[in-house]
Design a protein around this ligand. Structure first.
Ligand SMILES: [Zn+2]
Length: 261
């Protein structure tokens, strides 16, 4: 970039996942949105950004609705580029013994339904934090920070206190025509709670469902009002994607390759 750096308006939409294994007493407000400005240029197009999708676009199930999108404007929805991998790094600070398998199974559930290739780059020494830089050149080089999947604790991330077992969300930037592009994000997971859950009978599937729910927030889905969907705010045993979840993911997948960011 030249001497004048563009001002990028970055919107962070973070939504928490509520894990209520029994009857929910009440619904908790779990949406946070903030707008930050980044003055410092933008990274070059990554070498693995292609001109065609990496995973076939999912077909939405017949019917309508059952989902809600996290971040939209008049130009459409904030979504990830389907023509490049969505890179994840993992903080194992407070991970369950089966963390790898839980994340792999959640990715296997989400990836084909989202039409996105999620790639785990490996472990990071970055820890979960309430604020995160969308670019961290010292740690990740001249690129958008890979999405951080952090097995962490309520002590480090107070939002995870109580019934909230996870948080997920992404950072979007607006291009010159005001279209929104997700470029980075976070999934914060309550490690001690998910260690307890995953150790129970049938608990692996529940832990996978929590991580998948947060990955869907990362990708761009908000909560559904339909209890049959994985994106319902209160998990009462739902462990599979519902048709509404799949319709929402198909809507998010229906975007062209992104070349500006
Ligand atoms: Zn949620």
């Amino acid at each position: 970039m030249g001497g004048v750096l563009p001002l990028l308006v970055v919107t962070v939409a973070v939504t928490g996942g509520l894990l209520w294994l029994r009857e929910a007493a009440s619904e908790q407000l779990d949406h946070v949105a903030q707008i930050i400005s980044v003055a410092g240029g933008r990274p070059p197009l990554p070498a693995d950004a292609g001109l065609s999708r990496l995973v076939a676009a999912p077909l939405p199930p017949a019917g309508a609705d059952g989902y809600s999108l996290l971040l939209t404007n008049t130009r459409g929805v904030a979504a990830y580029d389907p023509c490049r991998p969505l890179h994840l790094v993992v903080s194992f600070e407070a991970a369950p013994p089966t963390a790898q398998r839980i994340l792999d199974d959640a990715i296997a559930m989400v990836s084909p339904a989202a039409g996105l290739r999620l790639v785990v780059d490996g472990a990071t020494d970055e820890l979960a934090a309430e604020e995160r830089q969308p670019m961290d050149r010292a740690r990740y080089g001249n690129r958008w920070s890979p999405a951080l999947v952090a097995w962490t604790t309520p002590e480090r991330v107070p939002t995870l206190d109580g019934s909230i077992a996870g948080m997920g969300g992404s950072v979007a930037v607006a291009d010159r025509s005001e279209r929104l592009h997700n470029v980075s994000g976070i999934v914060h997971l309550d490690g001690p709670e998910l260690t307890r859950i995953s150790g129970q009978r049938g608990g692996h599937e529940l832990a996978v469902a929590v991580v998948a729910h947060e990955l869907l927030h990362l990708i761009g889905l908000d909560h559904s009002e339909d209890p049959a969907q994985l994106m319902f705010a209160e998990n009462s045993g739902q462990t599979r994607l519902g048709d509404g979840d799949r319709r929402g993911l198909a809507a998010l997948a229906n975007v062209p390759c992104r070349r500006e960011f």
